[in-house]
Design a protein around this ligand. Structure first.
Ligand SMILES: Cc1ncc(COP(=O)(O)O)c(C=O)c1O
Length: 395
């Protein structure tokens, strides 16, 4: 084979989610689609809000010459201004268009930011349980991933974070609401993260970014405002997308926003704009940029996700599963009733319920399920969860 050894290894060993996905396809072929309950994937199930279609139809009629041409690599000035205004309203921070770059989703944005700040061998700290793609994103730009741990309630352990910070640390990735746990990090913990980072900066004479990965920040069930990382560390970059809050995952539209409190942000934005171009994204899709500029206040029906959470959290708790109640996103991270999470996931699979072992998220002994599935799949999975729990107890 002519492909790189590293990529071959990453493809074969890298992704539990992908592995479960492939096993799911095989099981569905064997038993029939409606007999298999696949909770392994985080593909947003809710349709975009009605404002999306109205705007899309309007845009389709727009014959202004140049509408579909290249634009500045950071995006249309009017889209950046609309995003900055919405973010300023949400956060109270004085964002302007110059602080914002439109990106191909949060995944594209994270790659752009990492390319902008990493030299080969630089370190990026992620907090377990983590979104496994971070490893590949960091590796894409010559970085090295270091892992900090969480408390049993899945909030970052700030002592562990402090120990993970070294003279080579260039960034810490914070992901709240979290994939895979659904936990929302409270302001006090974010303040402690900021303090730990500043202690490391003054000890090592370095500058450390927080890359705040927030694609789930509007999928919140608490009723309380979202605790932003921004006030707790000046060198913070918001990385997000409209994949989940507008249900537009396939349209690849998101943005980066550098904290107005960061005096070095103009240089970061310049470097990220260059990275957006040279990574080959060139710019975020033009139609999607025009679209989201007009619907910044729209949102999918978050209550539908809350109802799904309530149903499954209630059903699993009743069976006896231990789980921290998710406060946002659309994932749950229950404790495996057997010490070996992979063995338990295999047992669940024998009941035709598909989830992902916690090992894949850096936290063995747990499993991740995604409840952004239709109600038939959710309801149908409960029997398998109950049977597997009983069998696990007797093993
Ligand atoms: C934590 C987290 N970050 C980033 C992404 C990337 O999302 P997108 O590139 O669609 O915005 C995802 C997608 O599942 C995610 O769960």
């Amino acid at each position: 084979m002519a492909i790189s050894k590293k990529i071959r290894e990453q493809i074969t060993q890298g992704s539990w989610i992908r592995r479960m996905f492939e096993e799911g396809i095989a099981l569905k072929k064997k038993h029939g689609v409606d007999k298999v309950f696949d909770l392994s994937l985080g593909n947003p199930i809710l349709e975009p809000p009605p404002e999306f279609r109205t705007e899309l139809l309007r845009l389709a009629q727009d014959e202004t010459p140049g509408t579909h041409r290249y634009m500045p690599n950071g995006g249309f000035p009017e889209t950046r201004a609309a995003v900055a205004a919405a973010l300023a309203k949400e956060t109270g921070a004085a964002f302007t268009a110059a602080d914002v770059i439109m990106t191909c989703g949060a995944g594209g944005g994270m790659n752009v930011a990492l390319k902008a700040i990493l030299d080969p061998g630089d370190e990026v700290v992620v907090i377990a349980p983590y979104f496994p793609e971070y490893f590949f994103y960091i590796d894409n730009h010559g970085g090295v991933t270091k892992i900090a741990s969480s408390d049993p309630d899945f909030l970052p352990d700030t002592d562990s974070l402090g120990r993970a910070l070294t003279p080579r640390t260039r960034a810490v990735i914070v992901n709240s609401p979290n994939n895979p746990t659904g936990t929302v990090y409270p302001a006090e913990r974010l303040a402690q993260i900021g303090q730990a980072i500043r202690r490391a900066e003054s000890r090592f004479g370095t500058e450390i970014y927080v890359l705040s990965d927030e694609p789930y920040r509007k999928l919140l069930f608490t009723g309380a405002p979202f605790p932003f990382v921004l006030p707790h560390h000046a060198r913070t970059v918001v990385v997000t997308s409209h994949s989940k809050d507008l249900g537009l995952a396939g349209e690849r539209i998101g943005f980066l926003a550098a904290n107005p409190a960061d005096p070095g942000r103009a240089e970061f934005v310049e470097a990220s704009t260059y990275a957006n171009r040279t990574l080959g994204f060139v710019n975020a899709p033009a139609m999607a940029q025009r679209l989201v500029a007009r619907i910044q206040d729209a949102l999918v029906d978050v209550d539908a996700y809350r109802k799904k959470r309530d149903f499954l959290y209630g059903a699993l708790s009743e069976i006896g599963y231990e789980c921290v109640e998710p406060q946002g996103a659309f994932y749950m991270f229950p404790k495996s009733p057997m010490p070996d999470d992979r063995a338990f996931v295999a047992l669940l699979q024998s009941k035709l319920v598909l989830v992902v072992p916690g090992t894949g998220f850096g936290s063995p002994g747990y499993f991740r399920l995604s409840y952004c599935v239709d109600d038939r799949t959710l309801e149908g999975s409960v029997k398998g969860f109950a049977e597997a729990f009983e069998e696990a107890k007797s093993r």
